[in-house]
Design a protein around this ligand. Structure first.
Ligand SMILES: [Cu+2]
Length: 133
């Protein structure tokens, strides 16, 4: 009696093994997707106490990446707001020496680059980003 019951279970197990074979490929795809994808031009910008280098960035094309580096020693970020004051993109808060590549996709126009931590914009971390066609 027991051997008759085992046969269907083994068949089901074999079928599951066959359908599960595409999984390793999917795992590889997920691994590469977690890396930040740099699209278009990569534009470096450095934030420090208390300014941006450069203070004015001009970029051609709406899709680009900001390579943000904090040259410290204070924690900073680089945040983008549009003409109406709405934040449209931001880096993480970065410690001295840390970098982050931030993907950006913005309509043409003029934006403000600043550090959103309290007081840092008024201390001088305020620049201009111009997105050209
Ligand atoms: Cu700051």
């Amino acid at each position: 009696m027991r051997s008759l019951l085992l046969i269907p279970i083994l068949l089901v197990a074999a079928a599951c093994g066959g359908s599960a074979s595409p999984t390793p490929g999917q795992t590889v795809n997920l691994g590469t997707a977690s890396a930040p994808a740099a699209t278009g031009q990569v534009v470096p910008i450095t934030v420090k106490d208390f300014t941006l280098e450069p203070l004015t960035l001009t970029v051609k094309g709406s899709r680009f990446s900001l390579a943000v580096t904090n040259a410290g020693p204070t924690v900073h970020n680089v945040t983008i707001r549009d003409g109406s004051g709405t934040v449209v993109q931001a880096s993480k808060d970065l410690r001295e020496g840390q970098s982050e590549v931030v993907s950006v996709n913005l309509p043409n126009g003029t934006y403000v680059l600043f550090c959103s931590l309290p007081g840092h914009e008024s201390l001088g971390i305020k620049g201009t980003l111009v997105v050209e066609p």
